[in-house]
Design a protein around this ligand. Structure first.
Ligand code: CA
Length: 225
């Protein structure tokens, strides 16, 4: 799940980005309206979270510009103002939801999950391979009917492997997608995370689903199929 976050308040922006990343979302952050539009035109997202008061373009102008370019992802507005005309204006422009600052992070997360589910029918809420199942909305993973307790990073890593099952994923790609890191040399963090994930997903079950492809990366595959 990729989220475009446009927020100029540094503290809020960093806090939201970190929280959403820990919840397993892949967040791209822009700190003003023009950068936000630039990102929106460059990449594909599942959801946009836009602050209303932004330098450059404000949130409404940004939304209009996005819609004009067929960027029709669900949009959640963050606003410090809780005025009727603001809500009406935003909804007329095609916003999907509102959150008035200050808000609890848990509330934001709940709205994000609802929107990501409702807004785009191509967003899957279930991923599976063999008897391994991931429910993206309930944030739950089971194997052979047993619940697996995963950390947010392990969840994000497994989600990536499931979305691209059958494909060999290089360590650098995994690092970039799950940790938002670009590094060529030190991919030890990926190996450690794969080891932990494997202990939970594969150790007690057959067949083994997570495979190491020497010198290349990792692959999620059901060898019996
Ligand atoms: Ca602002």
């Amino acid at each position: 799940m990729k989220i475009l976050l446009v927020e100029d308040e540094a503290k809020t922006a960093d806090y939201l980005k970190q929280g959403l990343s820990e919840a397993g979302f892949n967040v791209s952050l822009a700190r003003d309206g023009l950068d936000g539009l630039h990102l929106a035109l460059e990449e594909d997202f599942d959801l946009a979270i836009l602050d209303v008061m932004l330098p450059g373009l404000d949130g409404w102008q940004l939304l209009q510009a996005m819609r004009k370019q067929d960027r029709n992802w669900p949009v959640l507005f963050l606003t410090a103002r809780d005025q009727v005309q603001d809500r009406v204006k935003g909804l007329e422009l095609g916003a999907d939801d509102y959150l008035v600052k200050p808000f609890a992070f848990a509330e934001l997360l709940a709205r994000v999950r609802v929107l990501s589910r409702r807004g785009n029918t191509t967003v899957q809420d279930q991923l599976s391979l063999a008897d391994l199942q991931m429910d993206l909305v309930a944030h739950k993973v089971t194997r052979h009917g047993q619940r697996l307790e995963l950390t947010p990073k392990e969840f994000a890593l497994l989600e990536l492997l499931l979305r691209r099952k059958g494909e060999v994923l290089p360590r650098t790609l995994i690092a970039a997608q799950v940790w938002d890191m670009n590094f060529d040399s030190d991919t030890n963090v990926v190996e450690v995370a794969i080891r932990r994930l494997r202990a939970k997903v594969d150790e007690a079950f057959e067949p083994k689903l997570i495979h190491t492809v020497r010198g290349m990366g990792y692959l999620l595959e059901d060898p019996s199929q």
